[in-house]
Structures are given as structure tokens and as C-alpha cells.
Design a protein around this ligand. Structure first.
Ligand code: ZN
Length: 486
């Protein structure tokens, strides 16, 4: 019977495919860095069906095992970035050619992996987007928070008023008795009151709630922010469902507000609202974060990446070329691709193009110094530092996936964060934040096999994170260079 043969081929193909997926991996003679930061004696690590099944001194390989020689190498868990935005291509516009866009979208998950990130947390997304993302074969595992803005506030203010509350960004907006007019434009605001809203959020796959205390910037100033009562209610209700509440805020005022309301984490460091970049108020704030056990993501790259947009040599960086396809780089450098650069330059007045770099350096120095002081004092207070890069924080190609996380790591080291603190923040601490410390974040038996094989010891130098030889993603070994854009 003729019809059988195609089925047979299909069966054989699927067997081959699954055999490849299930190939066991044996890493030999490798030094494992534990979640506490100790370095083991040379060991063998066995990986089966996506899990680390055995770690012991030596294991004899089976016939079909893929053996990776770990002699002289270091094994660490895949890195976790707990502040990304997975939608679209950074800095794109409607003028981007389809072919360039689709190539970029294919590369983006690989760029995260190239720089070692095997898990990411999107702070403002929905179940469906994350489900689609996780269907990709070579991509970090994605998780998400639900965004809870208030009507008329950040980031909804960027959307025209008549479309604001019917936009996907407003899917989980919070009822605000002060915004009756805006809420009247929707068909029912009752289910946006705290109790029903949080109950609905708890039924999604979201791991957390992200809300905002932002009075605005650029063309939008004096935006409404939640009241203390609104925030306290939200936090109280969220905690009933074990949902942490993360707050966007980058001023002293925002941090105090969020800490007082019992938020779990601030998703930015402080760069506004200090009398000077070394103000004592920053020190007091850091002490308060420690006392109330509220963690902070410094996200220094938000400012650094904005400033970099005026660096004419940005695209000469070899690491950038590993993350971005050449055709995308070409487009970014075209007139259409420079749209946001030109928009940012408006604030610089009528100056020559080659003067922008110097002006940008001056313009950002206050805010950068402030956030660096804040990060240093958090460190000195032993307050919780959580690793998140905010990739991208706006339409900025200078904050490209993977590359931006690696840059944020540099920023941490520049302000004096010890390599062990950075390593923990990139791995086990972020796994705890996601409530996934039993699954990811350390090299231990029973854990998901998301691993990086490094030529150098990341507790000795930061460049060790550039020496990734192999990346193991859910039990599948990928040579790093296969993930590069070039
Ligand atoms: Zn963000």
C-alpha cells in the first residue's frame, strides 16, 4: 500500500529527531562553581532528558553519549536576566524592511543565549506572547509579569486618550477613583478594582505584578501616580496569591513610596530627586531598602545605553556585531534607522553632529553618578541587589538583547560589585526571585540542564563570561559561535 511509505518516513524522521533531542551529555573533568561560590575538584556531570542527573568524580560514557571535555573549564548555571521586554526589535520603526525585521526577530533569542542568558523575565507581557516565545527552539526560557498601570499614568499616557484603556497595555489597569472620565470610556471598570483584578491576574501564568510610580519625562510631565492606599491594597491582595509586586520608580520619592507600601522590588536604581549625586539622602534610602528587605535592580544600562546612542563608534564594538545581524546594523545606520537618535537630539539644540557625544556625556553625568552612588550604598548596606538589565528600556538599539545584559554586568563591576555578588545575582538570586530555585540557578542533580561551560573562572575576572565554549540549553549542547549573528 502506497500510503504507508510517507508515514514510515515520518516515523523514522521523528525517531531520529527525538533521539537527537534525548542524546545524553557527559561533561568530564570540569570544575563546578556552586551557588555559594566554591569551586569543586574536577568532576563529571551527566545530563539526561534535559536534566542534570548525576554529578560525581568520574562517570564512564555510554556508547551514544555526547562527551564534552571539561578539562581546565568551569561549569556554571545559565544566567538569568529578570528585567527584559521581549516584544519586537529594539529601535525599529514602520520603515524597517520585512526581511531585516524577520532576520532580527530570529536572531534576538539567540543573542540572549550567545551572552549566556538562558532564562529571562519580561516585566510587562501576557500569556500568549510568552507562549509563542517559548515555542522557539533556540531561545532562553521566558517568564513574565503582568503590568498594572493606572489610567492616565505611565506608560498609558503615551497612548491617545480615546484608545488608552482599550489598548492591550491597559488589559490589567488598576481602578482609580480620580480617573472617572477616562474609565467611563471603557465598558466596565468594576473588574479593575483591586480584588477582582488580582484574582484575574492570579489565573494567568504571570509570576509577578509590575506597577509604576512615574511622574513622567520628556513631553509628559506631572502624570498621576497611585495613591498610598491604592498601592497598599494592591500589595496586600497580591501577597494573598503569592504574587510579588515590582515597582518602576527611579527617584528617591518613588523608592520611598514603594518601600512604604510594602513592594517586593524596585526595578530601577535612583537617578532623580537627589540634591547632589552624592547626597546623604541616597545613603538613608539604601539603609531603608535594607531594613525593609526591598530589593533593587540598579539598571545602570538604562542611562548608559541612552548616552551611547550618540557614540559614533558604537557599531565598531565586536560584541555588538555578535548580537546584531549585519543587515540590521546597516538599517540602524540609515536615515530611517536613526529616527530615535534624531528625536533625542532635539533636546540638544542646534549643535554640530560631532559635538553630540561630548554634550551627551555632560548631560548624563549627574544621573549616572547618582545611580552609581545608589548602587554602591546599597552594596555597602548589604541591601538586596537583583540583576536586571531593562533590555530595552526604550526604542534604543544600544540596548540590544544579550549584549545589554553583558554591558549591565560591566556596569556592576565598575561600581565595585564583587564578582561573587554578581555571579549570585545572575544565577541563584534571580532563580529565587522567580520562585524557580528548585529548577534553575545552580549546578545540582535534579535541576534543568541550563549550563555554561567557560574557559575562565568568572569569580576571578568578568571577561570569563566572554569565554563561553558551550551552552547547554534544557539538556541540548550548542557551540557558542553557532549563536552569533555574524
Ligand atoms: Zn523595563
Amino acid at each position: 500500500m502506497y500510503y504507508r511509505s510517507p508515514y514510515l518516513i515520518l516515523i523514522i524522521l521523528s525517531l531520529l529527531f527525538s533521539a537527537e533531542l534525548c542524546a545524553n551529555i557527559l561533561i568530564t573533568e570540569v570544575r563546578i562553581i556552586s551557588k555559594e561560590g566554591s569551586v569543586s575538584a574536577p568532576s563529571s556531570v551527566y545530563i539526561q532528558n534535559g536534566l542534570i542527573t548525576k554529578i560525581t568524580k568520574t562517570i564512564k560514557p555510554q556508547v551514544n553519549d555526547q562527551v564534552i571535555d571539561g578539562h581546565g573549564r568551569f561549569l556554571i548555571p545559565g544566567l538569568i536576566d529578570s528585567h527584559v521586554h521581549l516584544h519586537g526589535v529594539p529601535g525599529e520603526s514602520e520603515a524597517i524592511p520585512d526581511a531585516v525585521r524577520s532576520q532580527a526577530l530570529r536572531q534576538i533569542p539567540r543573542s540572549y543565549l550567545y551572552f549566556g542568558f538562558t532564562s529571562v523575565l519580561d516585566l510587562f507581557s501576557g500569556d500568549e506572547i510568552i507562549k509563542q516565545w517559548n515555542k522557539q527552539e533556540w531561545a532562553p526560557s521566558a517568564y513574565h509579569c503582568v503590568g498594572v498601570p493606572i489610567p492616565g499614568g505611565y506608560p498609558l499616557a503615551w497612548i491617545p486618550k480615546n484608545k488608552q484603556l482599550s489598548s492591550p497595555t491597559a488589559a490589567f489597569y488598576l481602578f482609580d477613583p480620580r480617573q472617572k472620565e477616562l474609565m467611563a470610556s471603557t465598558n466596565g471598570s468594576e473588574h479593575h478594582k483591586v480584588k477582582p483584578l488580582v484574582r484575574t491576574i492570579a489565573l494567568t501564568q504571570a509570576k509577578c505584578i509590575k506597577t509604576f510610580y512615574e511622574k513622567g519625562f520628556g513631553p509628559f510631565q506631572n502624570l498621576p501616580v497611585p495613591t498610598k492606599a491604592m498601592m497598599e491594597d494592591l500589595v496586600k491582595e497580591a501577597h494573598k496569591y503569592d504574587l510579588p509586586v515590582f515597582v518602576h520608580g527611579n527617584s528617591i520619592e518613588a523608592h520611598k513610596f514603594a518601600i512604604d507600601a510594602g513592594a517586593t522590588m524596585l526595578v530601577h536604581g535612583v537617578w532623580h530627586g537627589a540634591e547632589s549625586p552624592k547626597s546623604e539622602a541616597i545613603g538613608r534610602l539604601a539603609a531603608l531598602s535594607k531594613a525593609r528587605d526591598v530589593a533593587v535592580q540598579p539598571t545602570i544600562q538604562v542611562l548608559f545605553g541612552e548616552r551611547e546612542i550618540f557614540n559614533p563608534k558604537f557599531f565598531e564594538n565586536a560584541a555588538v556585531r555578535k548580537a546584531m545581524p549585519a543587515k540590521l546594523i546597516q538599517w540602524y545606520q540609515s536615515k530611517a534607522g536613526q529616527w530615535f537618535v534624531e528625536r533625542m537630539a532635539i533636546g540638544y539644540g542646534d549643535i554640530a553632529k560631532d559635538q553630540r557625544t561630548q554634550v551627551a556625556k555632560k548631560k548624563y553625568s549627574w544621573a549616572l553618578e547618582t545611580v552609581k552612588t545608589h548602587t554602591r550604598t546599597l552594596l555597602a548596606e548589604k541591601a538586596g541587589l537583583q540583576f536586571g538589565s531593562d533590555t530595552p528600556s526604550g526604542p534604543l538599539y544600544t540596548q540590544f538583547p544579550g549584549f545589554n545584559g553583558r554591558e549591565e554586568m560591566n556596569r556592576w563591576v565598575e561600581v565595585g560589585v564583587p564578582l561573587l555578588t554578581l555571579f549570585k545575582a545572575l544565577t541563584y538570586r534571580n532563580a529565587q526571585l522567580l520562585n524557580l530555585e528548585n529548577k534553575i540557578g545552580s549546578v545540582e542533580e535534579g535541576k534543568q540542564a541550563d549550563l555554561l561551560l567557560l574557559k575562565q573562572n568568572p569569580l576571578k575576572n568578568i571577561e570569563a563570561y566572554d569565554s563561553i565554549e558551550w551552552l547547554i540549553l534544557k539538556g541540548k549542547a550548542i557551540e557558542r559561535e553557532k549563536l552569533a549573528a555574524d
